[in-house]
Each structure stands twice: as structure tokens, then as C-alpha cells.
Design a protein around this ligand. Sequence first.
Ligand code: DC
Length: 232
Amino acid sequence: MSDTVSIVFDGPAGVGKSTVAKAVARQLGFTYVDTGAMYRGVTLLALEQGIPIDSRHQQEMLAAIKRADFSFIFSGEELRIFHGSRDITEAVRSREVTGKVSYVAALPEIRQGLTALQRQMARSGNVVMEGRDIGTVVLPDADYKFFLTASPEVRAGRRYKELVAKGMTVDPDTVLADMVKRDQLDSSRQYAPLRKAEDAIEIDTSGLEIDAVVNLVLSHVKELCQESRNDI
Ligand code: DC
């Protein structure tokens, strides 16, 4: 049995996973691990270093990850991502990276490399980890598993508001179309597709404010924790 505690969140893009996972990590004093940011970091490297994103160039990408020395700093409010001393937090969210990341995430050797890293992070301390395959592949024995859902329209609406709040000019239909395409790629890939773990608690966030989802999660954790006498 592991002596660290893991709480995992999986679900499609724009479902509120990051906001909920960060709030839960902050309240419990756990390390927050955004695995999507790791796939985005690799995608940024590949684009910047001109490495073609296909199965024949996976070793090159893995070598670039090793050289890259990524680090993640979570302040409790936000996660900042560094490549050496360069802050790449905004760069990994660019439209270009977002458009390509699902192709990188479908490559089996990249997944194996990042999965090993994610498991190591979970072994070294209590974590709240979010992604697409955390409850199914990365940490199938996680202590608490949640799967968040919401309709594509609700998710695209949230993403649209976020982008507008950042001062970006975007078309709502394009945001919806990009999101549906990414979901389709993430759910239909051969390796570790987006899928609910059988033992995950599913929460439909469509009609809920973020605080309500966080409270629901924390009450499930408390309840399960009392049942298992896990001390957190
Ligand atoms: O959560 P996000 O939008 O930052 O994720 C970026 C991409 O990475 C998304 O297309 C799905 C993929 N991903 C994945 O395949 N497995 C994970 N554990 C996390 C993200």
C-alpha cells in the first residue's frame, strides 16, 4: 500500500478540471499536477525545435524532454511552467500548441515517458493529478477518483469566456468545433484514450458553479476517507 495519497480528476477539455483540481489541492495542501501541461510542454518543444510530430520522431521528442528540464511551480492559485529558466506558462496555451497537442498525446512512447514521470511525482508526495488517463492508466490504484463531464456546448461556452477575458478575439463556433475535434482525437486514440475508470465518481458540472463542484468533491473525499480511515 502506498503511503502517499492521490486524488485524480479525468474528463474532457473545458469541463473545469483544472479549476476544481487546483482548489482541492490548495484546500488540502497537496501538490497539484497538471498532466495536460506536460503534453503541451512536449508539443511546444517539438514545434520550436522543428521536430515533426509523428511516430517516427518519438525518440527525438523524448531526448528533447530530457534536455528540457521542465519545472512546475504551484502557488496555490496558479501553476507556472518553466523550461529551464524560461516561463512557458502562456506559450503552452497558444492556439498552435492546442491544435497539435492531441497528436503528440496519441504517441505511445511519449505517453510511456510521461506516465513514468507522473507516477514518480505521485510516489514522492500527496497529489491532486488531473488529465485524461490518470484513473485508468497512470494511477489505477488512486485513493480517490473523479470523472467530470459537461455538454460540449457548456464546455465551449466556458472556454470562450476564458479566452475573451484574456483579451483574445475568438469566434464561439470555432471554439466549439476545436473542442469537439480534440475530444474526438483524445477519446478514439489507441493508447490510453479518455475514458471514465469504472470506480470513478462521475460529476456532471453543467449546471454547477465551481465552488459547488469543489464542495461536492471534498465531501466525497471526507466520506470515503472515513470509510477507509485514510488520514488526510
Ligand atoms: O487538459 P489539456 O487541454 O491541457 O490537455 C492537453 C492535451 O493533452 C489534450 O488534447 C489531451 C492530452 N492529455 C492526455 O492525452 N492525457 C493526459 N493525461 C492529459 C492530457
